[in-house]
Design a protein around this ligand. Sequence first.
Ligand SMILES: [Zn+2]
Length: 410
Amino acid sequence: MKKWIGILVIGTALLFMLANINTKNNEENPIDFVEKIKEPSYEYDILVDSFNVTKGIVRKDQTLGQILYANHIDHPQIAEIASKSKGIFDVRSLSPEKEYTVICKNDSTEKACYFIYQENSINYIVIDLTDGIDVYRGKKEVKTRVNVAYGEINSSLWLAVEEQKISRKIATELATIYAWTIDFFKIQKGDGFKVYYENNYIDSSGTEKYIGIGRILAAEFTHKNQKFYSFYYKENENFGDYYDEQGKTLRKSFLMAPVEYKRISSRYSKRRKHPVTGQWKGHFGTDYAAERGTPILATANGIIMKAAYTKNNGNYVKVKHNGSYLTQYLHMSKIKSGIRKGVYVKQGDIIGYVGSTGLATGPHVCYRFWKDGKQVDPFKQKLPPGDPIKKENREVYMLVKDSLMQILMN
Ligand SMILES: [Zn+2]
């Protein structure tokens, strides 16, 4: 018994000593001292603690030269920056409303050391002036969080998405995914959707900023009391697509329509009375009546051949898809900015907006389809389907599909 008490005493004493050492350490521990210094702050991966950071928005007609000159960079150096930027970034391409950041010396010269131009929410360009001139591109890290949303359709998918206060892009994405599976544009009251999709965020000066939806990972679309599923799966690094429960692709090589339309106001025909001129003439396009401003989508991957205005066509875009197929989209209220000759577009990319420019009675898209140099009716074409999941990927696909299905079921 005595022995135990002894051990207890020694033990307590030891504990006391240790505690003492601890307290002592606390007073002198250099680590504690370091913790009191504020965290280093970074902008675009540049340590900015010893600099002055200014953020601005490019004003209308403001040039890079003006911004740099205001930050004590002289004209010869500005000229050198312009020439060093060639191939990386066109210094004349600064557009109004875009954000920029100037990181300047924290001394009497207040000279700019870095200029950063935020091209879009993800991509930026850095002009580093700390040691000569270095121009490079960077990307903000995109953080992705997943979300489930659902809606019931009363009149249109577009409105159903708006009612749920989720991104409109969900509607265009769903329309693209299901374009060949569902007679989508005849959706009726009581139809509905459930989507499992990504929301993207970037870091903006220490705070998280929402930049829009990423990909739809899985969807369930109810149409006429039938459920249609789609699951996103990447067969390899460069190619991902949507497949059904059996692993069959939902895509055809062309979308069924370039727009979410209210009705087809005129079909392809060899002979019809023109609504404006009253002349009898062939109508070699399909007219999709839709609300003004509705996005018009490229129906397949391709290269823009023309994006122009003519008296009859109004604002129009013509896309070359491959050696055989061409499509054309007429009467746009506006061609989307950036859509011009030579630009590559993917199936489902927005190329313009519905309008009634040119010879048109009301807002609609006249969609024209060429095969081997002849205008044909796209609805009468046997278009090739996409490939199903490859045999060797099937097992993994089924596992992915099952887990996605579970999320949709919850
Ligand atoms: Zn037409």
